[in-house]
Every structure is written in C-alpha cells, then in structure tokens.
Design a protein around this ligand. Structure first.
Ligand SMILES: [Fe+2]
Ligand SMILES: [Fe+2]
Length: 290
C-alpha cells in the first residue's frame, strides 16, 4: 500500500469517525433511563476517551510511525465501544432496559463503529479489495446508513409535521430501492461476497471448506459508474434536506425530538459519504481510462 495513502486515509478516517464515536456515546447516554447509572457512567467515559483520541488525531503529524501508533490505540478503544453498544442493544431487544434508544439506532451506530474499525485494520495490515468489490461495499454501506437516517428523522419529527415526515419517508424508500439495486450488482459482479454470506458467520477468518472460494474474481462494468453517480445524486439530495432540517431545528422552527447536535451529526455523515463516494468515482474514472 502506498505510504502517502496510508497516512492521509488513516488521518482522514480518524479525524472524522473519532468525533462521531464521541457523539454516539453522548446520544446513548442521553437515551438511557436515568436509573441506569452504571451504563451512564460508562457512556460518559467513552465520550471523553474518544474526544481525547480525536484531539490526538488532530495533532498527529504526517508520519508513518505516529499514524500507525494512533491506529493501534484506536482499534482496542473501538473493540470496547462495540462491546458496550452490543450490551445496550442486546438488553434493549430482550426488553431488559427501557429508555429512548431505538434498537435500529443502536445497531446503526454499532455498524458505523465496526466499519471504522475494519478500515483501520485494513490500513494497518495493508489490505485492499478489488475496485468493484470496494465500490459496492462503500455504496451499500452508505445507502443503508442514509436510509436509516431518513427513517430516524421521520420517527423523531413530531407527528404534526406531516409534510416533513412524508418527505423523510420518501427518502427512506429511495435509499432502499438504490440499496436493493446495489445488492443486485454485488451478486452479479462479486459472487464471492454472496457466497460468503451463505457460510456460517463463525467460519470467517478460517480456511474455506473445500469447493468454496473459486467463483469469478470481481470486475468493473460501465454500469458501476452510473450507479455511483446515482448514489452521489441521492446523497446530495438528503444532505440538502438535512442542512435545511438543521437550520430549522437551530431556529426552533420545527417540532421534533431531534437535537441540533443529532441533526448536525447526520449532516456531517452525509458529507463524509460524499467524500468516500467521490474517491470511488475517481478510481472508477481512472480504471476506465486505463
Ligand atoms: Fe453516527
Ligand atoms: Fe449514522
């Protein structure tokens, strides 16, 4: 892996996602029942831990050793945070805790943490996927995240805000349609990914059983460029919708349970999605030119 890419990509991801992780801890804390003092304290510690790591990432020089060390410290912090999110999620879905954290929100923020950790592990170990596989993974990840955001917004707006609720639900549907198209393209172009889903999750990381893993290698087709463009277009639309929502929330002109921080959080994630998707676009263009 190119050294400059390792450094800039690690810093780009850390400087964005560490702030996001600290905010997740705050959202979980605010949604917990006030009697859950142990979990509330743990959440507060994660808030501080990730804020400190974010401050460190901002100061980390463009130096391979410093970046490697930062990634190495962030990964175990993410291990613990993923376990914490899992604990809150599992207690919620088995009705052993109340509060205001939707199960899908807990799953959503755990997915964001799992992917951030996977990216850092790939960077530290010099692993990269073929372009078609990477493009579809990024697109499907973000389509699901953007669709979830649309549904969270619809469910956190006051029911009296009928046109805005409807608009948010419409976004949810558009992102789900695009995600299904992404999954169709994924099984056409990356059949090994589909095959991997059919195997028990526990087998990941073990040698594949005989007969598996000999499906075709992923490949790029022109349709992928058009698909990436469609995903970018939809993401720009929801980014603008979120920017409008944030402005309304800040001016107290809309009735909802959405805090300005949550509105800004989902807006920043849409901006990050556009950055990631633009990187894919550049690589698809380069691949086509070659
Ligand atoms: Fe998030
Ligand atoms: Fe999110």
């Amino acid at each position: 892996m190119d050294q400059a890419y390792f450094i800039t990509e690690s810093l780009r991801l850390n400087r964005f996602w560490l702030q996001i992780m600290s905010e997740h801890a705050l959202f979980i804390r605010e949604g917990l029942p006030c009697g859950e003092t142990q979990l509330i304290n743990e959440a507060r510690q994660f808030e501080q831990l990730f804020a400190a790591l974010k401050a460190r990432a901002d100061q980390t020089p463009n130096n391979r050793e410093a970046v490697l060390a930062l990634n190495r410290d962030v990964i175990p912090a993410l291990d613990r945070f993923i376990a914490f999110k899992t604990n809150v999620l599992n207690r919620t879905i088995t009705c052993r805790i109340g509060g205001f954290n939707y199960p899908l929100l807990m799953d959503h923020i755990r997915r964001e943490a799992i992917r951030f950790r996977a990216r850092l592990l790939e960077l530290n170990n010099g692993i990269s996927s073929p372009l078609a596989e990477m493009a579809l993974e990024e697109e499907i990840f973000w389509l699901r995240i953007m669709g979830d955001h649309a549904r969270f917004i619809a469910h956190l707006l006051d029911p009296s805000e009928r046109p805005l609720v409807k608009q948010a639900q419409q976004f949810g549907k558009s992102f789900e349609t695009l995600r299904l198209q992404g999954e169709d393209l994924q099984s056409m172009l990356v059949p090994r990914d589909y095959e991997n889903h059919l195997l028990p999750a526990d087998i990941m990381g073990c040698p594949l059983p005989p007969g598996f893993g000999n499906l075709q290698h992923p490949f790029v087709i022109p349709r992928l460029q058009r698909f990436n463009g469609e995903v970018i277009g939809a993401t720009m639309e929801i980014r603008d919708f979120k920017a409008t929502a944030l402005a309304l929330i800040e001016r107290c002109q809309v009735l909802s349970l959405i805090s300005p921080l949550l509105a800004s959080h989902v807006l920043r994630e849409a901006q990050m999605a556009l950055e990631d998707l633009a990187m894919i676009e550049r690589q698809l263009n380069k691949d086509r030119a070659e």
